[in-house]
Ligand binder design. Structure first.
Ligand code: GLY
Length: 575
């Protein structure tokens, strides 16, 4: 694109953005209201956990950008406006469906263990997992992948230059945006972890140790500097240039492991998606090193054998079959999944229909089968699970389904001095010791042990469903171990229970992950269901909301979007 044309487009985009930011300031309260109206539109649809990020994506589509341009702009904007999970210092996965060729590709920008990482780095003298070191320390961070992943997506499948799509994020960081009640509360919850970091305190707790009040403008000057470096010299700035130098210097000063060599060696990868079919629909999702796509398809293959629609949504029999299926898949997860670049993963076998038939034969249609290796008192996830998902569909037939994260809310809580970049605590997603659960209660095996340069196993499940080669549904979710089951239930709600996308996203969810042997049921699922499940023999635990799915469907030529009502501040918007 010629330089004057870039300039013209950038100016228009910034104008749109300044209107958005100004209107957000005029009505600060509006930022904390979740908009779940399933906006309907022919031209495109954008859905995310954050209203400002949705509007940034929308402005890119209106400018003539495609879904990838919009998604990359949102990825950078969320690092500013949704700092608990949006990030530059984390990683994730992007699924892109290409309108032109009908192909779907998976971009892996998961963090990697630094070269100095060792297998037992999180074990104490007694050989037990040192949870503090694994989750809240300078050692908790993998080499970040987000900047490489977003840049690769744009270079391969976008149409706009990086400096254009990153411009809204720079403006939001420099000029600030109005803080929502939700953002303030999330900061208060993360305060203890962030106290250890002068940079985190300086950015988020500037008012005498208080986070900004609702409606106050939050500016992030150092983050704006980092974004500007990336805008000027591309991902090189982050992996070999000025930002890389600051990250490596901070690590050295704090005794961390990530070096300039680690950063320079990081690469995002394009992989073939994990693909399967369900009742005549094509399902594409994230392959290893995420477990999401493999187990989503494994579960769909088992569930295809049951008349779920006839059982009725969240009937006791429906929940029983779902729960038994989830147990089988999560048991496999603990043994077979890890980084495919380090050991072979039996993906084909796990997603085969034949294997699903064998597994289905193990399900007792009447009663739950106890989880055989249950260890009493296994910790249940109490930590924040703040990953974030966003979905964009455009009029050219392209669809992006992207999930990325710092792992916990605000990652390790540590931010790199002088950059405003929060660091992930993704190293906890490795299996620090075989059989010991991670923060989500997930058990890992040998294939997910720590090794230098290895990617830690994930549950992130960005997914795209097609019918007769046409786009039908894209979704994904945060929620740690609950991500895969949240995505599964959105798909079942649309295909088996014929729900609109808004109903499918809002309907109460259940979750079972094999260990602990507990069936989690969202509080609003009803007393009656709980009583029936207990009668069947389940240990039922009522829980608050699970997941925050950001979803788009296309029905008779119209896009419909739904931001998950479980999370305030989300927005689905078409044009
Ligand atoms: N950090 C959560 C996941 O990747 O599954």
């Amino acid at each position: 694109m010629p330089a004057d044309s870039i300039l013209k487009h950038t100016v228009t985009l910034l104008l749109v953005l300044s209107i958005l930011v100004t209107s957000a300031r005029a009505e600060p309260g509006s930022l904390s209201e979740s908009t779940t109206e399933p906006a309907s539109s022919r031209n495109g649809m954008v859905v995310s956990d954050d209203r400002i990020a949705t509007l940034v994506g929308l402005s890119v589509l209106k400018e003539g950008g495609n879904a990838v341009d919009a998604a990359v702009a949102m990825g950078f904007a969320l690092a500013v406006t949704y700092p608990r999970a949006g990030n530059l210092g984390g990683g994730g996965f992007m699924l892109v469906h290409l309108g032109k060729t009908g192909r779907t590709v998976a971009i892996d920008y998961r963090e990697k263990a630094p070269l100095k990482a060792t297998r037992n780095m999180f074990l104490d003298k007694k050989g037990e997992v040192d949870v503090e070191r694994a989750r809240h320390s300078i050692y908790s961070s993998g080499i970040p992948g987000t900047v490489a992943g977003l840049s690769l997506a744009l270079e391969k499948y976008g149409t706009m230059p990086l400096e254009k799509v990153i411009a809204p994020a720079i403006k939001l960081a420099e000029e600030g945006f109005s803080v929502s009640a939700d953002l303030r509360e999330s900061l208060l919850r993360a305060e203890d972890r962030m106290k250890k970091s002068a940079e985190s305190m300086d950015v988020f707790f500037r008012n005498n140790g208080e986070p900004p009040r609702e409606g106050e403008i939050l500016k992030q000057k150092n983050l704006a500097w980092s974004l500007r470096q990336i805008s000027r010299t591309g991902p090189r700035a982050f992996y070999r240039g000025a930002v890389a130098k600051k990250i490596a210097a901070y690590m050295k000063q704090e005794g961390g492991l990530i070096t300039e060599r680690d950063l320079a060696s990081y690469e995002a990868l394009i992989r073939e998606p994990a693909s399967g079919s369900y009742r005549g629909y094509e399902v594409h999702s994230m392959p290893p090193p995420s477990s999401g796509g493999v187990h989503l398809i494994e579960m769909l293959n088992i569930l295809e054998r049951y008349p779920l629609g006839r059982y009725g949504h969240n009937s006791a029999q429906y929940v029983h079959i779902l729960s038994e299926t989830m147990k089988l898949a999560y048991a496999d997860r603990s043994k077979y999944l890890g980084d495919p670049d380090f050991s072979p993963i039996p993906t084909e076998q796990l997603i085969s229909k034949q294997y699903a038939k064998r597994l289905a034969n193990r399900i007792n249609p009447q009663k739950p089968t106890p989880s055989r290796y249950v260890k009493p008192g296994l910790p249940v996830p109490a930590q924040g699970t703040d990953t974030t998902h966003f979905t964009v569909a455009d009029r050219f037939g392209n669809v992006v389904s992207n999930t990325y994260t710092l792992n916990f809310s605000y990652g390790s809580g540590l931010a790199v001095a002088g950059t405003g970049i929060l660091l992930n605590n993704e190293m906890d997603d490795f299996s620090a010791k075989p059989g010991a659960p991670n923060a989500y209660g997930l058990i890992g095996g040998e294939k997910n042990s720590i090794a230098p340069g290895k990617r830690m196993l994930s549950s992130m499940t960005p997914t795209i469903v097609l019918k007769d080669e046409e786009f039908l549904l894209a979704t994904g979710s945060p929620g740690g171990s609950r991500i895969i089951t949240s995505v599964l239930q959105v798909i079942l709600n649309v295909i088996d229970h014929k729900m609109s996308i808004r109903e499918a996203v809002g309907a109460p969810r259940i979750h079972h992950q094999w260990l602990p042997d507990i069936l989690y049921v969202e509080k609003n699922a009803g007393e009656d269901l709980e009583i029936k499940l207990r009668k069947k023999g389940y240990e039922v635990k009522k829980t608050g909301s699970m997941g925050s799915t950001q979803s788009v469907t296309r029905v008779r030529g119209f896009f419909h979007g739904a931001a998950d009502p479980r999370h305030p501040g989300g927005l689905a918007h078409g044009y």
